[in-house]
Design a protein around this ligand. Structure first.
Ligand code: PRP
Length: 210
C-alpha cells in the first residue's frame, strides 16, 4: 500500500525543501516536521491499549499506543534527522540503524552497518527521506523481514514513480507513507524535479564524499 499525503501543510514544507536557498539547518528542521506529520498519518489506525494511570482524580484507565512494540529504523545518513522527532513522540520505542550508500555509478545500494534490535512481533517503522530507484529501501526491508516483525511501515519524504512501482512489486505487503511522489527519475537516477540529495542538503556536503 502506497499512501501519498495530500495535506497542503505537507506540500508547502516539502516545496521549501526544493529551494536551493534553504540551508542545512532549515532543511533538517523541515525534514523533522515532515517526519512527525508522516508518523501521525501512518499510526492513525493503531489500536489503543487501556492502561491504568494515576491522575488527579485517582487511578483511571485510558488508551495508549503500545510504544514498546514500535521500532524506528533509520537509514544513514539522510535518514538521521528523521529519527529524533519520531522517537520523541514515543520515548519507549526502540531505534535501529542501517547504514547504506548508493553507489553513484552502479546506482546499487551497499549495506555496511546493521544495528537493529529484536523485531519479532513488533511494528518496524523505517524512516528515509528519499526513494529514487528504491534499491536502498528494498534492501532495508529485506534485511528487516529476516527478523520477523509483525508489520513494516516506511515513512518517506520524496520518491519517484519508478521507485514506487518497484516497491509495489518487491514488497507489496509494506505500508508506505510518503509526502510527495515526483515526476520521474533522470538518467543519473535522481528524482526530478526533486530536491537534490537529501544527505548532502542536510549536512552541507554538496561535493561527493570519498
Ligand atoms: C539516499 C537516500 C536513500 C537513497 C535513495 O542516500 O537517503 O537512502 O539515496 O536512493 P535509491 O532509492 O536509489 O536507493 P545516499 O545513498 O545518497 O546516502 P546518504 O544518505 O549518505 O546521502
Amino acid at each position: 500500500m502506497i499512501y501519498e499525503l495530500s495535506n497542503p501543510v505537507v506540500k508547502t514544507l516539502l516545496n521549501h525543501l526544493r529551494e536551493t536557498q534553504t540551508d542545512a539547518l532549515r532543511f533538517r528542521h523541515i525534514v523533522q516536521e515532515l517526519s512527525r506529520l508522516l508518523a501521525y498519518e501512518a499510526l492513525k489506525t493503531e489500536t489503543l491499549e487501556d492502561k491504568t494511570i494515576t491522575t488527579w482524580q485517582g487511578d483511571r484507565s485510558f488508551g495508549f499506543i503500545k510504544e514498546e512494540d514500535i521500532i524506528f529504523v533509520t537509514i544513514l545518513r539522510a535518514g538521521l534527522p528523521m529519527i529524533e522527532p519520531v522517537t520523541a513522540l514515543f520515548p519507549k520505542a526502540s531505534s535501529g540503524f542501517l547504514a547504506m550508500k548508493r553507489d553513484e555509478k552502479t546506482h546499487q545500494s551497499v549495506l555496511y552497518y546493521d544495528r537493529i534490535p529484536e523485531c519479532k512481533g513488533k511494528t518496524v517503522v523505517i524512516v528515509d527521506p528519499m526513494v529514487a530507484t528504491a534499491g536502498s529501501l528494498c534492501d532495508a526491508i529485506s534485511v528487516i523481514k529476516t527478523k520477523s516483525p509483525k508489520k513494516i511501515i516506511s515513512l518517506n519524504i520524496i520518491g519517484s514513480p519508478e521507485g514506487m512501482e518497484i516497491l509495489e512489486q518487491k514488497h507489496p505487503d509494506i505500508e508506505i507513507f510518503i509526502a510527495q511522489i515526483d515526476e520521474k527519475l533522470n538518467e543519473n537516477m535522481f528524482i526530478v524535479p526533486g530536491l537534490g540529495d537529501a544527505g548532502d542538503r542536510s549536512y552541507n556536503t554538496i561535493e561527493p564524499l570519498e
